[in-house]
Design a protein around this ligand. Structure first.
Ligand code: SF4
Ligand code: SF4
Length: 196
């Protein structure tokens, strides 16, 4: 799988992977200051969100996870996790690993909601940014901004940017329904690339 990207280079998928990769780099950069800026930290060793949740993903998020799985040293194990949980709607997330530090087997490729959870604001009915702390294991702290902070990280802003990325769709599917299909698609496209 070392040359997978090379095999995909003349495809739309190559451009789509590039678009979501740059987007995630920006999201991670912008959210990196959130804990210290707002004094919100996840409890050390906690992974309760992943134990109680399966993320809904747009097309590009699923594609990015599929590519990550195919290029991972743990590919066989990750694919078998997906196959075992194919079509499941019940938690935990197939990639939840109770024994690892970050509790996510695909951490660099995790979806947007996994990046934003406990690290971003939503807009209330008055379009005021509101932060509700995660109730599973984080600091039990809500942040109410008394005045507008135009630069606070907003879920809605990131969601709109994600939907507008090159090749993305507006609908979502549960990870357990979407990622295996994208794996199949990437493998098929890569096999054409090899033959070109
Ligand atoms: S993808 Fe990773 S971070 Fe997201 S719910 Fe699953 S295990 Fe947790
Ligand atoms: S504190 Fe909340 S958001 Fe952080 S890892 Fe635990 S359950 Fe997830």
């Amino acid at each position: 799988m070392q040359n997978l990207l090379e095999d995909l280079k003349d495809t739309e998928v190559f451009k789509e992977l590039g678009a979501i990769s740059v987007f995630y780099e920006n999201v991670d950069k912008e959210l990196s200051t959130f804990p210290n800026r707002f004094g919100v930290f996840c409890k050390k060793g906690c992974g309760e969100c992943c134990a109680h949740f399966i993320p809904d993903l747009t097309y590009l998020e699923s594609l990015f996870i599929a590519y990550h799985v195919l290029t991972s040293e743990k590919r066989e194990m990750l694919v078998s996790r997906l196959e075992e949980r194919k079509g499941s709607t019940t938690a935990p997330c197939p990639f939840y690993d109770v024994n690892s530090e970050l509790h996510c087997m695909i951490y660099p490729a995790r979806g947007l909601v996994c990046r934003l959870f406990n690290s971003s604001f939503f807009l209330d009915k008055y379009r005021k940014p509101v932060f509700k702390a995660c109730r599973f294991g984080g600091d039990d702290k809500d942040i109410n901004l008394e005045f507008a902070h135009p630069d606070v990280p907003l879920m809605s802003k990131y969601g709109e940017e994600l939907e507008g990325l090159y090749g993305n769709t507006t609908g979502t599917k549960l990870l357990t329904f979407s990622v295996l299909s994208e794996i199949d698609k990437i493998l098929m496209l890569a096999s054409f690339g090899k033959g070109a």
